[in-house]
Structures are given as structure tokens and as C-alpha cells.
Design a binder for this molecule. Structure first.
Ligand code: ADP
Length: 460
């Protein structure tokens, strides 16, 4: 049942019950202590009075007890006295109770020691101390000292009333205060729930909850984590949407070309040029699908690397040789410096990276440009540098250069040699999977240098 209540109600109930319980226990303890204190004061007054009377009493020459100075004692204020002789005859009583002819405590006669008891006489509540009086071994009478407990009772009743009212008042106050504080503390949580609800209704992942609470606050840290999750979801969602838009955009162009050429063939019969164009476009699309598959694998952390210990210099020379054909007399492709370096890695994937970087340098460098390739072995890393004196990359493009489908503004116009803007993204993922990194330094109008850094075995 308790769990069906709202958290707010549950916390308020819990707080109120706990604090109310504490106040109640505290009240009971106070009540018991005060009651005992009052009773012990009454008992003290009674026994002091009785002692005083006994001290002021004397035995007559016939062996009877004479009570002498009874009413003059100051201590006896509020205390009523009866003196009974051994034949249970009332010998004397104090002025306030002279009309009472029955013993204050009838059971007092049955004991031969001092007994203190609460008794009800008519409507009067009394505390009575019965003291047997002895002359030598012989009991000569019984002294009964009684004190009206009505005042004590009314103090105790008032105390109960006060304690009950205070408990109730504090419980009402506590429940209100607790409701307000719980409400205030839960406000961010309610905001969080509302925002989550609005997001699921509107699919608007750009919403955030104001981070007003400190990170040490549990709710504050929950909000921060929630906002972080939202930010990550938003990034993923936007990336996914952009990815879909990019893929459909990139597919549309080759498909239009293929469709156009197919129409031509249908109308005028097959010609060599149309068939070649169709084949080229299909090849490009196949490459793109392959690249996308590779990217998807890399992004989900499932890029399979067949790592072996390999001579990186040999691998680089291999890639270099392969690309001389592409450079031909367009650009001067030079292997400037090459150290020997052995690394652990996937031969084919690393070659793919070098070919991508060198062919980019060749493709983006204008005729008569120079592309320099270097392999420098340092203490714990090996660096492959590919430097060109091409157009360079603008600062605003550099930060996106490794994003999927990103192509700097100038290279958007599609040439046969340009790709889909997936090459660098794949290269980056491959090098990251080798625990390395790719960086780029570029000055527009001067050229770019791409640097692949791989850890040397034993240095990882
Ligand atoms: P693409 O298939 O378009 O070459 P990449 O991912 O390999 O895709 O490169 C992304 C973009 O980076 C290119 O479109 C180009 O704008 C820019 N880029 C890459 N290498 C160079 C370079 N050496 N010089 C200038 N721009 C470059």
C-alpha cells in the first residue's frame, strides 16, 4: 500500500512519523520524570512532617503517647494529620480534617511498619503515610499523614494535555514543513520527469534541465548525468540522421548517372562510353558500400585486425611505389627520409591508410606540386609524414576532416579521383585501432602535412 503512494507523500509520512515518534517518546519521558519528581516531593514532605511530629511527641507517665506541637509546624502546610491510639480511637486530627472521623488510610492499621499509599477519600485523592508509633516495644498508636494530590493530579493532567497538544501541533507543523521541503527537494526530479516526458512526446533531444544544484548534490549529479546522456543521444541521433542524409545524397548521384546511361542504351543501343560510365559508377558505389561497412565495424569496435610484426618502412615503400603511377608527371612524389621501423599491426589496413593519405596528397596538389613522404623513428613512436604543397585545408575544415562524408568546400565538386569523404574517417579509425593517432597541420595556400603516429612494440 505504502509503495502505491507518491514519493512525496511517502517521504512526508516517514518524516512526520519519525519526528512525531521522537517527540512522543520525549514527551512520555518528561511526563514520567515530572510525575516521579512530584511524587517524591510529596513523599518527602510527608516523611519530614511525620519525623517532626514524632520528634515533638512524648510518652505520658502511663505509657501513652502525647502529641504536642502539631499545628505549629511550618512543614505541615497542606499536610493533614490523624492520630489514632492503639484501640483505633481517633485521638487527634489536624484542623482542616476535623470533620473526618474515618481513618485517612484504613489499611494503615494492618501493617506494623510505615506504609505510604494513594487513597481516595470521598472525591479527594490523597497520598497517605501511615506510621505505627511505639513506646519501647509496645505500639501505642498510629500516625496518619495525608497530602491532597489534587494539585499534583491537575499538574499531571495539564502536562498530558500540553504534551499531546505539542505533539499534535508539531506533527502538523512537521508534516507541512516536510511536505514543503520534500516538494522543494523533489522539484528538480519533477522537472527531470517532465523533460523526459516532453522529449519522448516531441522527440526534441536538444532540451536540457538547468544545472542549478551543485555536483555534490545527488539530484544535481543525476541531472548532470541525465543531461550528458541527452547530449550523447542528441549527438548520436544527429550523426545518424546526417549519415542517412549523406548516404542517400551520395547514392543519388551515381544512380542518376547509371539511370541516364541506361536510358541512352535503351534508346540508341549499347555504346562503349555509357557502359564504361555505368561500370565506373557501380565500382564507386561498391567501394562506398565497402567503406561504410568498414566504418560501421570500426565504430562498433568490431574492426577485425590481423596483427603481425611488420617492417613499416617496407610497407611504406610498397605503398609509395604503387602510387608513383598516380603521381606520374603531375606531381613530384618523393621519399625523403626513411628510418627502419618494426611495428605490430595489420599490414593491409595500414597500407590502406598510407595509400589514402598519399593519394589525397597527390589528388589535392596541383600540377607540378611536390609530395614528400618521411618515416621517422623516435624513442617510443614511429611517425609517417606525408607533406604536400597543395591548397592546404582551412582551419574551420580541419576539425571536421576526419568526420564521415566530410569534404572541404573546395573539393566538393566531384571529380573521378575524389571519393566520398570517407577515406580519412576510415584511416583515423584504423590508426586508432592500432593505438596510434593521425594529426594534420595545414596552412591554406602553402600545403598540408598528415602525420601517422604508431607506437613501437614494447612502448604501449
Ligand atoms: P575524399 O574521398 O573526399 O578525399 P577524405 O576523407 O580522404 O575524402 O578527405 C576528406 C577531405 O579532406 C577531402 O575532401 C579534402 O577536402 C580534404 N583533404 C584531404 N587530404 C587533403 C590534402 N592533402 N590537401 C588538401 N585537402 C585535403
Amino acid at each position: 500500500m505504502f509503495t502505491t503512494l507518491s514519493l512525496r507523500t511517502r517521504l512526508t509520512l516517514l518524516n512526520t512519523t519519525l519526528l512525531g515518534g521522537v517527540i512522543l517518546i520525549f514527551g512520555i519521558v518528561i511526563y514520567v520524570l515530572i510525575s516521579q519528581l512530584l511524587l517524591s516531593q510529596v513523599n518527602n514532605t510527608l516523611s519530614q512532617t511525620v519525623n517532626e511530629i514524632i520528634r515533638n511527641s512524648k510518652v505520658s507517665n502511663v505509657g501513652e503517647l502525647d502529641v504536642v506541637t502539631l499545628p505549629t509546624l511550618e512543614l505541615t502546610a497542606g499536610v493533614h494529620i490523624q492520630y489514632w491510639d492503639r484501640t483505633k480511637l481517633l485521638k487527634m486530627s489536624s484542623p482542616g480534617i476535623q470533620n473526618i472521623l474515618v481513618p485517612l488510610d484504613p489499611s494503615g492499621f494492618t501493617y506494623n511498619t510505615t506504609v505510604t499509599k494513594d487513597v481516595k477519600l470521598s472525591d479527594i485523592h490523597l497520598r497517605v503515610m501511615s506510621v505505627p508509633l511505639f513506646a519501647g516495644d509496645r505500639q501505642v498508636g498510629l500516625l496518619m499523614a495525608g497530602m491532597n494530590l489534587n494539585l499534583v493530579d491537575s499538574i499531571k493532567n495539564s502536562l498530558i494535555l500540553i504534551l499531546i497538544s505539542v505533539t499534535f501541533a508539531s506533527m502538523i507543523f512537521l508534516s507541512l514543513a516536510s511536505w514543503l521541503t520534500v516538494n522543494r527537494s523533489l522539484e528538480p526530479l519533477i522537472l527531470l520527469t517532465d523533460t523526459a516526458q516532453q522529449i519522448s512526446q516531441t522527440n526534441d533531444l536538444s532540451r536540457r534541465i538547468p544545472e542549478e544544484l551543485s555536483p555534490e548534490d545527488e539530484v544535481g549529479s543525476l541531472i548532470r548525468n541525465f543531461n550528458d546522456t541527452l547530449a550523447r543521444l542528441e549527438t548520436l541521433f544527429t550523426a545518424q540522421q546526417r549519415f542517412l542524409a549523406d548516404v542517400s545524397h551520395e547514392l543519388r548521384t551515381p544512380l542518376t548517372v547509371i539511370k541516364g546511361n541506361a536510358d541512352l542504351i535503351q534508346k540508341f543501343g549499347a555504346d562503349e562510353e555509357s557502359i564504361t560510365t555505368i561500370k565506373e559508377e557501380v565500382d564507386r558505389m561498391t567501394r562506398m558500400v565497402g567503406d561504410l561497412l568498414l566504418l560501421a565495424q570500426a565504430e562498433s569496435g568490431k574492426l577485425a585486425l590481423t596483427s603481425t610484426i611488420l617492417d613499416l618502412d617496407e610497407l611504406l615503400i610498397d605503398s609509395f611505389q604503387q602510387l608513383r603511377v598516380l603521381a606520374r608527371d603531375k606531381v613530384d612524389l618523393k621519399l625523403v627520409e626513411i628510418d627502419q621501423a618494426i611495428v605490430s599491426g595489420d599490414r593491409d589496413r595500414l597500407k590502406q591508410v598510407f595509400i589514402n593519405l598519399i593519394s589525397n596528397a597527390i589528388n589535392y596538389t596541383p600540377i607540378n606540386g611536390v609530395v614528400k613522404v618521411r618515416l621517422i623513428k623516435e624513442e617510443s613512436v614511429v611517425k609517417v609524414l606525408i607533406e604536400d604543397n597543395g591548397p592546404g585545408i582551412a582551419a574551420e575544415d580541419i576539425e571536421h576532416i576526419f568526420d564521415r562524408f566530410y569534404r572541404a568546400e573546395k573539393s566538393r565538386t566531384r571529380s573521378k579521383s575524389s571519393g566520398y569523404g570517407l577515406g580519412l574517417s576510415i584511416a583515423n579509425k584504423i590508426i586508432l585501432a592500432h593505438n596510434g593517432r593521425i594529426t594534420v597541420e595545414s596552412v591554406p595556400g602553402v600545403g598540408s602535412t598528415f602525420c601517422v603516429e604508431l607506437p613501437l612494440p614494447g612502448a604501449q
